[in-house]
Design a protein around this ligand. Structure first.
Ligand SMILES: Nc1nc2c(ncn2[C@@H]2O[C@H](COP(=O)(O)OP(=O)(O)O)[C@@H](O)[C@H]2O)c(=O)[nH]1
Ligand SMILES: [Mg+2]
Length: 294
């Protein structure tokens, strides 16, 4: 009998939601960085094991939005929660529930959606610390399960999957058995480029970046990709390009390495930097770059 279930992965920015999804799938479909608010869209990840199809929705973290892009990101996370059979709340194993977790739990209580608590980054903490965090959470909510994990090290992921399995229901699968995401190769390519920018440049620059793929042409052994990187200020453009174009070259070569792995071909990557002032503040700018609600 075939079974399926939907799971929204939620939590504050930077707790390891995208790392967890990649680890479950064994493939990188969600970009990861040490900077908060890396994930902007809802990302679908599909894991089919035997008769079971697990559909995961990686969401942008839930936070206090400061502009139109932020609004869009928080709405995306909230709506993913409403559609789920169960929510996986990812939280840092070293901290008691804070304002964000409390807010998420209140909304789950109201809508009566079951929650699995995944306490992540256990590799960083001692056992006593983890025990304290577990009791702090247990006192605030009646979780379907509490599973300490290390998304980065791939530890206790099977335990988490076993808890998810309890929420599957008998039904036809929605996705083909070999499908792992609904994102197109173009989208994955633009996200990879954005990840390398997040990892290469600092301060406020990467948060104002949008990457648009202008050309994606596949030949037998080579893929030609031309991408435009939009930033919010001329000074940001200077930082992205760097002295003698050195920073942009570095971003390009990191991105090319991952793109070649993703596509299984050689990649010719052509990157251009453009300025579009304050696009994140306008609804128009945000939708123009593809961040539009379903
Ligand atoms: N030490 C440790 N770091 C982790 C773990 N999981 C994720 N991280 C790191 O936490 C940061 C944020 O991860 P990311 O998946 O982008 O978080 P998201 O914003 O919740 O999607 C990255 O630097 C990850 O490498 C973990 O289990 N242990
Ligand atoms: Mg993320």
């Amino acid at each position: 009998m075939k079974k399926i279930g939907f799971f929204a992965i939620v939590g504050r920015p930077n707790v390891g939601k995208s790392t967890l999804l990649n680890q479950i799938l064994g493939e990188k479909i969600a970009i990861v960085s040490s900077k908060p608010q890396t994930t902007r869209n809802r990302i679908l990840g599909i894991e089919t094991r035997g008769e079971n199809q697990f559909v995961f929705l990686d969401t942008p973290g839930i936070f206090q939005a400061k502009n139109s892009l932020g609004d869009y990101m928080v709405k995306t996370a909230n709506s993913a929660m409403q559609d789920a059979d169960a929510v996986i709340l990812v939280a840092d194993a070293g901290f008691a529930p804070g304002e964000t977790e409390t807010r998420i739990l209140q909304s789950l209580k109201r809508s009566e959606i079951p929650a699995i608590l995944a306490l992540n980054k256990v590799d960083l903490y001692r056992r006593e610390k983890l025990a304290k965090t577990i009791s702090a959470y247990a006192a605030t909510h009646d979780f379907a399960a509490v599973v300490p994990i290390s998304a980065k090290k791939g530890k206790y992921i099977d335990e988490l999957m076993a808890e998810c399995e309890k929420f599957l229901h008998e039904d036809e699968w929605i996705f083909a058995e070999d499908m792992i995401t609904d994102q197109t190769q173009r989208t994955l390519a633009s996200e990879i480029i954005r990840e390398k920018i997040l990892r290469t440049v600092d301060r406020e620059v990467p948060h104002g970046i949008a990457v648009v793929i202008e050309e994606f042409r596949e030949e037998e052994t080579v893929t030609h990709i031309r991408a435009e990187i939009f930033c919010e200020k001329a000074s940001h453009k200077g930082i992205l390009v760097g002295k003698g174009g050195e920073t942009l070259k570095r971003i390009g070569s990191y991105a090319r390495e991952d793109l070649e792995k993703l596509l299984g071909t050689q990649v010719y990557l052509d990157l251009w930097v453009k300025v579009k002032e304050n696009w994140r503040d306008s609804q128009r700018g945000v939708t123009d770059f593809g961040y539009c609600a379903d």
